[in-house]
Design a protein around this ligand. Structure first.
Ligand SMILES: Cc1cc2nc3c(=O)[nH]c(=O)nc-3n(C[C@H](O)[C@H](O)[C@H](O)COP(=O)(O)OP(=O)(O)OC[C@H]3O[C@@H](n4cnc5c(N)ncnc54)[C@H](O)[C@@H]3O)c2cc1C
Length: 463
């Protein structure tokens, strides 16, 4: 059988992969992109995205004002507590300025942000039609440039000798094929869909986690890189995790399963006890800690309880809430100890102080004297009917990844750059995001490093 040869093989089918493939093809390389998912499900977590955070000097038809690189950097340092590779971060934010034009040139369209989108209208460019439409545009461009795309095809091995990838083995159904390459780009996401790997980090509780994105991000390429001497960075426990509706599907529930009603109510665990300040800060600044908070509770479940006053104050869930005329009844419908939850809510109601409820500011509605006080937006839960939603940890993506340099080149365990292996997107995002998250930066990292990886891989193939 003849062995196929490509200048560049890209593993993955999301934003990072297709940006890399387009750039390498424009630079004259023959490119094979292999996507583990079937065509209908192509595009990994990118399908679920809405926007990309980009630095820019002035407002345009979509972005409502300037967002200088310096401000972007301040935002990044705040969320990561400084845990970032400063050189790579600076380069990424500077190059994000080109993305508006570049993505437009690839056929991606943008739209103004809608209300209720975490006040991102100045900083984040929203894709017209969402991530899936954005990807469709990128794929159309990649195909028009001659990129070969193979679906249902998983990278299962990479033969690496002295930091140099020689061949890549892929599997399609029962068939495997070894392909000869000049350069390899890993753009295959994190390992969040690999529950066994999550269990290695989190213990058995990870069995109860829900995965907000694709079931195809199992970290297979990341594991190959780990086993074949590529330098790995990050903590396997670090991930972006939010509290989502407990009835969401195991995978791919996407954005709509997020529940934004926590600041309006109280949250109890399976023992009927509150466990954290629901009103600590504005929800956009706090929603990403609630996945971890729920993960630390018995059975990895929480229950948010609200009353009639709040039911229309947040983006509705696709799943109707449980509803009852008394808190006790509601708790029992939700499988909780009714008397215990009633006592918790009564104690909370008695502790509420302040009268100027305003969820758009840090208002004076708070509790006093509780073991865990609620700092803002604390109103008695006393107006029937009462509503409840169960909460589960929803993992967005993991941060463990491969170390890269400013050419997107993977760094080997001995500190030397690989001869021909590059990485972009979630698989290397840990270089920038040591911890924390800034809405929209995932797509920035994928696009910036995708373009660099594509350019460098094509250059490698020529030499
Ligand atoms: C619900 C949700 C909403 C989000 N919203 C935003 C947002 O608005 N803005 C933002 O910046 N970020 C957002 N993110 C994060 C964002 O999705 C990621 O940062 C970004 O899409 C990562 O792109 P990527 O190409 O690296 O990975 P992905 O888009 O996940 O693509 C990885 C690809 O690799 C493929 N793959 C995996 N293993 C293999 C293998 N062995 N062989 C071949 N292919 C393989 C997968 O099938 C997949 O196509 C969101 C994530 C989720 C889950």
């Amino acid at each position: 059988m003849t062995v196929r040869n490509y200048d560049v093989l890209v593993a993955g089918g999301g934003n990072a992969a297709v940006c890399a493939a387009i750039t390498a093809a424009r630079d004259g390389a023959s490119v094979l992109l292999v996507e583990a998912a079937p065509k209908f499900w192509r595009g990994g977590n990118t399908r679920h995205t809405r926007n990309c955070r980009i630095a820019h000097d002035s407002a345009n038809e979509v972005l409502t004002g300037p967002y200088p690189v310096e401000e972007y950097m301040e935002d990044l340092l705040r969320v990561t507590d400084g845990e970032t590779d400063m050189k790579l971060a600076q380069m990424t934010l500077e190059q994000s300025k080109d993305l508006w034009d570049w993505l437009n040139e690839q056929g991606v369209l943008f739209q103004p942000s809608m209300g209720g989108t975490l006040t991102l209208s100045r900083t984040n460019a929203f894709f017209l039609g969402g991530g899936k439409a954005m990807l469709n545009a990128l794929y159309r461009t990649a195909l028009s440039l001659g990129v070969t795309v193979e679906y249902d095809t998983e990278v299962i091995d990479v033969d690496i000798v002295d930091g140099f990838a020689k061949t890549v083995t892929v599997q399609k159904g029962e068939d495997t094929e070894t392909i000869s390459i000049r350069a390899f780009i890993a753009a295959s996401g994190g390992f969040e869909a690999n529950i066994d790997w999550l269990k290695e980090a989190w213990g058995p509780s990870a069995e109860n986690f829900l995965i907000r994105g694709t079931p195809y991000n199992k970290g297979r390429v990341l594991r190959i890189m780990m086993d074949r001497g590529v330098q790995i960075l990050g903590d396997p426990k670090q991930c972006h995790a939010v509290a989502i509706d407990g009835r969401a599907p195991k995978f791919d529930g996407g954005l709509i399963t997020r529940l934004d009603c926590v600041p309006f109510g109280v949250v109890v665990n399976a023992n009927g006890e509150r466990f954290y300040d629901e009103g600590e800060d504005f929800w956009p600044k706090r929603y990403a800690i609630w996945g971890r908070l729920v993960a630390a509770q018995p059975e990895q479940v929480g229950y948010v309880l609200i009353d009639e006053k709040s039911i229309n104050s947040f983006m509705p869930s696709p799943f109707p809430p449980d509803k009852a005329d008394t808190i006790e009844e509601l708790a029992e419908i939700m499988g909780l100890d009714g008397a215990k939850v009633k006592a918790t809510v009564e104690e909370f109601n008695k502790a509420c102080r302040g009268t100027n409820f305003n969820h758009n500011e840090h208002d004076d509605c708070h509790t006093e004297g509780l073991e865990i006080n609620k700092t803002h937006w604390a109103r008695p839960i006393d107006k029937p009917p009462f509503y409840g939603y169960s909460l589960r940890p929803g993992i967005t993506f993991t941060y463990l990844g491969v170390k890269v340099n400013s050419d997107a080149r993977m760094i080997m365990a001995d500190g030397k750059p690989s001869g021909n292996m590059f990485a972009s997107g979630e698989i290397m995002a840990g270089n920038i995001l040591g911890k924390g998250y800034l809405a929209g930066i995932g797509m920035t990292i994928g696009s910036v490093f995708g373009r660099i990886a594509g350019r460098e891989a094509a250059g490698n193939a020529r030499n």
